[in-house]
Design a protein around this ligand. Structure first.
Ligand code: ADP
Ligand code: ZN
Ligand code: ZN
Length: 729
């Protein structure tokens, strides 16, 4: 091959591909996926990846030569690039955007001018520290790093090495805590003996390929079934990809896997591992040293070869979909493609399956069920408290008397309590008691949220912040009152009610403190926390046998959102959080506080009956042509100028409408809108949306994406395309 296509990442230009001449001495050596050094304009030599070959140039211009190959081991394969290309097409964005999400592009940051010294620019933002450390490392004379390693090694790997050499002292900031580091495994645990019901599901799944659903109620032992299948897969010499919805759960899972299968065969992958960690795992993957890779959403892009099994646990979780930035991919959809490429099974597991997933699995004969808890443990008792009878909104009744009594009883028994605050309802807003005005963000058209810790009102979309106003901005009255029930407020109330007990809170605020989430979950598991207060973040994955009471402060909040998935989301949340109660030898109970006890999704959650809920929900979806009876593409047009945003949206809708008419497919490709989004403005940008309901599968999808990829907009107008959006708010 005469020319190679190199992917470079240039400041100001972004990630782009350029053609280079392959020098004679590299013929036969250069491979796709290798990191290389190429000359670039005034910048001198820069790092790049080889991503393709050609015998011809796309135009008539002079090309430069590749300087050299930085590392012979390719970081990815041709098949891998093909998967990324598919993702780019499906999600209607360019390959470079997908590459950006998938590959540690920090590894191809611009290099220094001379080829001897590669500048360390972006190591988790710890540039200076990094350089200090590397200098110290070189001074020891004990370590020789190649230039590429220098550029790629991270704080953690390098600093750890240095500490072992006695050159630096580690601070907790320096290391990302790998869940495998804290394990000391001398002997792996044997696999559990499956219960008859588990065995039946296992045997039914064995040997099948394609997408399957394992629908097992909470604590039915889905994990044991997965382990059996994993064991078979690695015995057959293949690898396993296992996804959990978020980092804390992926960490727990990695430890569980390591205990069963040994630390050396298992690795973890998610967005928060450091660049060096990622680079190390990446190298191990390329050398086929890893048999089981656990991780969160982004692990679906890890270059794992020879895959024999993909598992996605808690598949209903919305965290599998990336909503921002592009590519707005769904790891479930990408995994399905990946499984196709490898001709291997994809197992989706959940107690509350995604309605569309359940529908397909049932129709395709790929539905497997576990209907009982392991050891026939009983499901928790669920009771519903009608808050209408307890006085709406009164401060002291945010936690109703019956719930308070139940909490007291549980604490007396030395058992633990989980209190869920449903944050999807817009909590702790500030309302004027005189005129009803709710203090909103001036940029985003949503209520500002009161933060007790620093006594400010904040916008959760654009980070606008202000102090508590003295008078109502609308009517001047001083009757401003904080209403709603945010996590901080409930935490404070709980602390006042139960001063003798330890209370902790988990919500998105703690994500800003690295490792805090995992730490709190560990403390809770160790019994050091009596009452855990939190948002949906505490509803999933916790397997803590001493939890016997789950209280839901306001069960209706998700149901009230104007979105076609809100019943599904609400049902899933309530069922999942209920499933955290009574998982051990003690019976559990659950209390839902609600203003709307007869709502079908709430009633099904109370009965813990997925089938009931599914039957009602699927009928409604069919009636209104919502997924799975259609696929939705959401187009958001945004602009600082309200009028221009609306006009552009109308123009796109009109052009698309004309095309659809022309091809005679308007029956099967419905265009809704444009209409103002429920959240009309974010970051000072007015938002209008067009919803496309596609009832023709791939054909319709291709029609839409090829149309949208050709739409060009004036500079001040932003077009956001979300394929299979999570919500339409
Ligand atoms: P799920 O993922 O379905 O909610 P888990 O796999 O976490 O449930 O199982 C719930 C509990 O039951 C766990 O503590 C697990 O160790 C135990 N368990 C499940 N199946 C078995 C089995 N076959 N043998 C021993 N313990 C089991
Ligand atoms: Zn007012
Ligand atoms: Zn805002």
């Amino acid at each position: 091959m005469k020319y190679a296509l190199a992917l470079v990442n240039i400041k100001g230009l972004g990630v782009k591909t350029f053609s280079y001449l392959v020098p004679d001495e590299m013929q036969g050596k250069l491979q796709i996926g290798q990191p290389i050094l190429v000359p670039f304009g005034h910048q001198g030599l820069v790092n790049a990846f080889c991503v393709g070959f050609s015998d011809y140039l796309p135009g008539d211009f002079k090309v430069k030569k590749i300087n050299r190959i930085l590392d012979e081991t390719p970081l990815f394969s041709l098949e891998y690039l093909k998967l990324l290309e598919w993702v780019a097409n499906y999600y209607c964005c360019d390959l470079v955007t997908v590459l950006n999400a998938a590959i540690p592009l920090k590894l191809i940051e611009k290099a220094a001018k001379t080829e001897q010294v590669i500048e360390f620019v972006t190591f988790d933002g710890a540039t200076k520290r990094q350089r200090e450390v590397l200098e110290a490392l070189e001074k020891t004379g004990k370590t020789q790093l190649t230039e590429f390693e220098k550029a790629a090694k991270t704080t953690r790997a390098t600093i750890k090495k240095l500490e072992s050499l006695g050159c630096v002292k580690l601070t907790s900031e320096d290391i990302y805590r790998n869940p495998l580091d804290v394990l000391n495994i001398t002997q792996t645990e044997p696999l559990a003996e499956l219960s008859p019901e588990q065995q039946k599901a296992y045997e039914a799944i064995c040997g099948k390929t394609g997408t399957m659903l394992l629908h097992g109620i909470t604590a039915s032992g889905k994990t044991e079934v997965y382990f059996k299948l994993i064991n078979d897969t690695i015995k057959a010499g293949k690898t396993v990809l296992f996804l959990a919805p978020e980092i804390a759960l992926a960490s727990q899972l990695t430890q569980r896997l390591a205990k069963k299968f040994g630390t050396s065969d298992v690795a973890i992958w998610h967005s928060s591992i450091s660049d060096g960690e990622r680079y190390d795992v990446w190298q191990k993957l390329r050398k086929h040293e890893i048999k089981i890779l656990a991780g969160a959403r982004s692990a679906v892009f890890a270059p794992l070869d020879n895959i024999g099994l993909i598992i996605i646990d808690e598949e209903h979780e919305s965290a599998y979909k990336q909503t921002h930035p592009a590519p707005r991919y769904d790891a479930k959809i990408v995994a399905q493609k990946l499984a196709e490429f490898h001709n291997c099974p994809l197992i989706l597991g959940s107690a509350t399956p995604d309605i569309s997933v359940y529908y397909r699995a049932e129709n395709e004969g790929n539905l497997f069920e576990l209907k009982n808890r392991y050891n026939n443990a009983s499901l928790p008792r669920v009771s519903v408290i009608n808050m209408q009878e307890h006085g709406r909104g009164a401060y002291k009744n945010i936690i109703s008397k019956p719930l308070q009594t139940a909490i007291n009883e549980t604490l007396t028994q030395k058992q633990q309590v989980i209190l869920l605050i449903n944050r999807r309802g817009f909590a702790t807003f500030t309302q004027c008691q005189a005129c009803g005005n709710v203090c909103g963000c001036p940029n985003c058209a949503i209520p500002l949220i009161w933060h007790n810790s620093d006594q400010h009102l904040k916008c959760h979309y654009c980070s606008y912040i202000e102090s508590f106003p003295e008078t109502c901005p609308e009517c001047g009255s001083d009757a401003l009152k904080i209403s709603g029930s945010g996590t901080q407020k409930i935490e404070q109330l709980v602390k006042e009610l139960y001063p003798q007990h330890t209370v902790a809170r988990i919500d998105s605020d703690i994500l800003t403190r690295k490792g805090e989430h995992v730490r709190l979950l560990e403390q809770f598991a160790a019994g050091e926390i009596d009452i855990l207060v939190g948002t949906q973040m505490i509803a999933k994955g916790l397997d803590n046998p001493n939890v016997t009471l789950v209280g839901v402060i306001s069960a209706d909040d998700s149901f009230n959102l104007p979105d076609f998935r809100s019943s599904e989301r609400g049902f899933q949340l309530l069922t999942q959080v209920a499933g955290r109660s009574g998982r051990g030898k003690f019976d559990g109970s659950v209390i839902f506080q609600t203003y709307n006890p007869d709502f079908y999704a709430l009633a099904s959650a109370k009965a813990q009956n997925y089938t009931d809920f599914y039957n009602t929900e699927i009928a409604a979806r069919e009636e209104f042509d919502y997924p799975p009876f259609s696929k939705i593409v959401r187009v958001i047009v945004s602009c600082e100028n309200n009028f221009r945003a609306e006009k552009s949206a109308q123009e796109i809708a009109l052009r698309l409408g004309t095309m659809v008419e022309k091809y005679g497919i308007s029956e099967r490709l419905e265009i809704l809108g444009p209409s103002a989004c429920v959240i009309e403005r974010i970051n000072s940008q007015y938002r209008f949306q067009i919803l496309l309901k596609n009832k023709m599968d791939e054909k319709g999808h291709n029609f839409i994406t090829s149309f949208l990829s050709k739409v060009s907009m004036p500079r001040d107008i932003k077009l956001t395309i979300d394929v299979d959006p999570l919500d339409i708010l």
